[in-house]
Design a protein around this ligand. Sequence first.
Ligand code: ADP
Ligand code: MG
Length: 262
Amino acid sequence: MADFEIRDLRVTVEGREILKGISLDVNKGEVHAVMGPNGSGKSTLSHTLMGHPNYTVTSGEVIFKGKNLLALPTEQRAKLGVFLALQYPVVVPGISMSNFLRTAINAKRGYDGKDKSKAISPKEFLALLKNEMSVLRMDDSFLSRYVNEGFSGGEKKRAEILQMAVLKPEIAILDETDSGLDIDSIKFVSNAVNRMRGPELGVLIITHYTRILQFIKPDRVHVLVDGQFVLSGGPEVADRLEAKGYSEWVGKKEPAVIQEAR
Ligand code: ADP
Ligand code: MG
């Protein structure tokens, strides 16, 4: 059994089937890339894994730590160790980054506002942030700004990765974290993710372009077209996409599903 198993997942959005039977095994220590053209269902997958209410699961399950993730509310999924970096991070007016991050860390530690010994100390909190912020090249002023308010595209994406770094998830889903990033920011973000790689973290990088995969080397690459995986393989799959794009699948009524040996 894999650490994180998506089994035959089918999802509809507003009555239309978007994911048409997706299965994927992710183990901690592995980085998987899910690549696909616009509208193929990549964000539907990421939102479904996190429990967004607009996405209706019609069949399938996601097994993590012996539980069906899909039966749990979003905050339980996060508490279990699943993290999603959003493609379009949301602005949270009136809440500073620093408060937001502290609250998220404390929630994960089980601090309910009562037992102070469970809360992260100010010293520990600052030490944790300082390190990660320097890798992401974020200056201290970020912490006093409201979450994502007035942030550039690149700053929002870095703020998502900062959250990931401090929350230390076991399964991280990065939904087009590379889109809207200039080449320097892609490197900073990739460095931060690469630092987190290790036996305790499984990563699902969702992307349209192969560029980020030059910096974060995936173990497996899966091609999603029209809600189905049409090809899975090693990093060479990304090279094939770089050369040929998605044209060999897009627009075909029944995309040929190519299976490669694991
Ligand atoms: P990708 O992330 O691969 O670009 P999405 O998962 O965002 O693709 O979208 C897949 C399809 O589902 C698209 O046709 C999109 O219009 C539709 N879809 C996704 N989310 C919604 C939503 N909240 N409401 C209506 N349609 C949606
Ligand atoms: Mg998307």
